[in-house]
Design a protein around this ligand. Structure first.
Ligand code: G6P
Length: 620
């Protein structure tokens, strides 16, 4: 981390246009800025913003070591956690993504247990998980239904996926949602001395604000695993303004795709007239940086899953499932039983395909039940099952069943084997944050005889995989899905290998470890890193890289001001107004940063240094 101190003092800036004072500002500020630039190693200056940079073209997974900001003691918080057992099934992409991060980074991961509590706060039971720890919280029974079923999954979830017809009980649950976030913040208070907090997903949008309200001033970041919709869609969520405002309490907001990031920026513009500059939004609270971090998988671990031994029971289950397809082609779909996943349209696609090409291909649909206490999910389960029964009755024979369907969950190791055996992977959600099944299906393929991925245009993964790689389809149109499955099933080996290699290069060059390392590197920029023996020299100097863009705006306005001939009073006045507003924008987050300096460790002997006194530094 690099820093500048003694850059300028608010009292030195004379808005009345006395150019001498302004000139002095510029000289000091610009010199300090140049110094800062010189301090940054060249490779870091050239470093692109977070996100994948693809380029390896080998077809093999490239294994690189990734740094997890080793000196950062991280707290990860989410509603759902992972079982940390390769033989147990995981629920959803979030759990799959965070497990390797926690295992390798030494983070503490706090998530909801299966038990409900009475709301009493208890000491946190930390349990070892790889290099990290997990803490399971018994969330209060009194608020759980409102928080999880009503607000998170009946209001937010459908709207985040732009499926407003599925939204119900819009007004219910908000109070419980807020109360639950406050409860989780109070539990996290025990971990306040850790370096940073990384919060995940829509259940916890206001948690950053609750952490700050408790006086936790460590950097807080948030990552949204789902999509973010357009302004007119989010408008349907009661309290959407309050929620979005609370999201701006985070130092860093991460999204899966450019589409989600741009939608969020459009919402900020629409509801708060806030504009971002260089990916930074400045409010009274300070700065929030917004970026895309497309989530990935650990392909190395996936390869290990393929080799791992299964429990006898699971081995038996897999073998009997695969027997159904011996010698015949089959496609695989693996989804939580959720209406966003487009399973019903996929089944319709099979109906059409089998009408045109009888007996050509079967489908193995694995759909573990999900959120069964939400009405829409119960209805959806019935719809999917009716549609499957129809296809099987219409196109099946004594010997052959077109669709094999199960609600059983499978371990990652078992899924890896099923993916590898399937000729086509069908991932056709109506909308999805990323969809890791798409990446896992590819990672499990035999490089010499790979299957083909049929992928929804509206899954985040479609921002990573292009038309030359996956067969992209509109998931709302069964006929498009049917055509793509038919094409995939007949695709020549050479084309399959080419597509597979290209996708595999991308998967290998931006793994789940790169994703978390990138995120944490960005979050670390919000950390105060000024040594205790220097902080009292700071004045209004910046203390972290995130504040640089605002400084640059200010410096540019100052330069422009100084270049104008004093005789041109009108121009000079306009430029002075620009300097003033750039200064105001810069001063707020700097002041915020200064307030956070109280968290620094005790100063050392050099604290009495006279330069500190000259600059009016603080003694604390
Ligand atoms: C999605 C969400 C996750 C959630 C998962 C499973 O992937 O983004 O936050 O954990 O679904 O849903 P559940 O309600 O069972 O946790």
């Amino acid at each position: 981390m690099f820093r500048i101190h003694g850059t300028f003092d608010a009292s030195m800036f004379d808005p009345s246009g006395t150019s001498q004072a302004a000139q002095q500002d510029e000289t000091i500020g610009q010199a300090a800025f140049d110094l800062h630039q010189d301090e940054i190693p060249l490779e870091q200056q050239q470093e692109a913003s977070a996100g994948p940079s693809y380029g390896v073209a080998s077809g093999d997974v490239e294994h690189r070591s990734v740094s997890y900001q080793p000196d950062m003691n991280l707290v990860v918080i989410s509603n759902r956690g992972a079982p940390f057992d390769p033989n147990k099934p995981q629920t959803g992409g979030l759990a799959a993504a965070l497990q390797p991060v926690v295992e390798h980074s030494g983070a503490v991961w706090m998530f909801s247990s299966e038990n409900r509590g009475d709301g009493t706060e208890r000491p946190l039971p930390l349990v070892r998980a790889g290099e990290g720890h997990v803490v399971e919280l018994d969330l209060p029974a009194a608020h759980h239904r409102g928080y999880y079923r009503d607000y998170s999954n009946s209001t937010l979830w459908p709207i985040l996926h732009s499926l407003s017809d599925r939204m119900s009980r819009a007004e219910e649950g908000y109070d419980s949602y807020r109360q639950m976030n406050k409860f989780i913040a109070r539990a996290a208070f025990d971990l306040r001395d850790r370096d940073a907090f990384w919060v995940h997903d829509y259940h916890l949008l206001p948690l950053g604000s609750d952490l700050h309200n408790l006086g936790i001033e460590r950097p807080t970041g948030f990552f949204l695993h789902t999509p973010w919709p357009t302004p007119d869609m989010i408008e349907r969520v009661p309290n959407h303004r309050e929620l979005m405002k609370s999201m701006l309490e985070y130092d860093l907001l991460g999204f899966q795709t450019n589409r989600d990031l741009n939608n969020f920026l459009a919402c900020l513009r629409t509801y708060f007239e806030l504009e971002s500059k260089d990916g930074v939004v400045t409010t009274e609270r300070g700065q929030t940086r917004l970026q895309k971090f497309p989530i990935g998988i650990d392909p190395k671990q996936f390869a290990e899953h393929l080799a791992a031994e299964l429990s006898p029971a699971e081995q038996e289950k897999i073998s009997s499932l695969l027997q159904n397809f011996e010698g015949a082609k089959f496609a695989i779909g693996v989804d939580r039983l959720d209406y966003t996943k487009g399973i019903d349209k996929r089944v319709e696609a099979f109906d059409q395909l089998l009408a045109a090409e009888p007996g050509s291909i079967s489908l193995l649909q694995i759909a573990p039940s999900s959120r069964a206490d939400v009405d829409e999910y119960q209805k959806y389960k019935e719809d999917v099952e009716n549609a499957i029964n129809h296809v099987n009755a219409e196109h099946g024979t004594e010997e052959w069943r077109p669709i094999h369907y199960t609600n059983d969950p499978f371990s990652q190791a078992a899924l890896a084997r099923l993916y590898r055996a399937a000729h086509v992977g069908v991932v056709t959600p109506l909308r999805d944050g990323m969809n890791l099944v798409a990446k896992e299906y590819v990672a499990a393929q035999d490089p010499k005889d790979p299957g083909v991925l049929v992928l929804s245009k509206f899954a985040g993964a479609a921002e990573d995989f292009n038309r030359d790689e996956a067969l992209l389809v509109d998931p709302n149109h069964p006929e498009e899905i049917a055509d793509a499955i038919s094409k995939a099933a007949k695709m020549p080996l050479e084309e399959r290998v080419r597509r597979f290699r290209s996708m595999m290069d991308k998967i290998g060059s931006y793994t789940i470890h790169d994703w978390s390392a990138d995120y944490l590197r960005e979050l670390d920029k919000s950390r105060i890193t000024v040594p205790a023996d220097q902080f009292h020299h700071l004045g209004l100097g910046w203390t972290n890289e995130a504040q640089m863009p605002l400084y640059q705006n200010y410096a540019a306005a100052l330069t422009a001001y100084n270049e104008i001939d004093p005789a041109d009073a009108a121009l000079k006045e306009a430029a002075c107004a620009d300097v003033k507003s750039a200064f105001v924008a810069l001063a707020a987050p700097l002041k915020h940063t200064q307030d956070r300096l109280w968290d620094l460790p005790a100063p050392t002997a050099s604290r009495g240094d006279h330069r500190g006194q000259e600059l009016g530094g603080r003694e604390d």
